[in-house]
Ligand binder design. Structure first.
Ligand code: FES
Length: 104
């Protein structure tokens, strides 16, 4: 069974915003979109920009530096200049607490 780590409170990430959390020395971007939370590596696979500072649209996040897009659900790279995906993590919400599973 996957280990889940408590990383944030729901109230810390209003709808439409993102927060960077650090788990085992790795920065992970948490996104709150509509009634759903998503978690991806906070480092773009192209040139390491923070994805938490990007733009969410149609289930994807656009990198703020050169515009590569990644699927919020899976981390799959959807367009150039990124040619590799970023890691995605399972998100579980229990009450006010947000947990991540499958962390590094
Ligand atoms: S750093 Fe993200 S697209 Fe270049």
């Amino acid at each position: 069974m996957a280990e889940y780590i408590n990383v944030a409170k729901v109230t810390e990430i209003p709808v439409g915003s993102a927060k960077v959390v650090e788990v085992n020395g790795k920065k992970i971007a948490l996104f709150h979109v509509a009634d759903q939370f998503y978690a991806l590596d906070d480092r773009c696979s192209h040139a390491e920009a923070s994805l938490a500072k990007g733009y969410v649209e149609d289930g994807s996040i656009s990198c703020p530096l050169h515009g590569a897009r990644f699927c919020l659900e899976t981390g799959k790279n959807l367009c150039l200049p990124a040619v590799t995906p970023v890691s995605s993590y399972e998100v579980k919400v229990q009450g006010e607490d947000i947990y991540l599973g499958g962390c590094p």
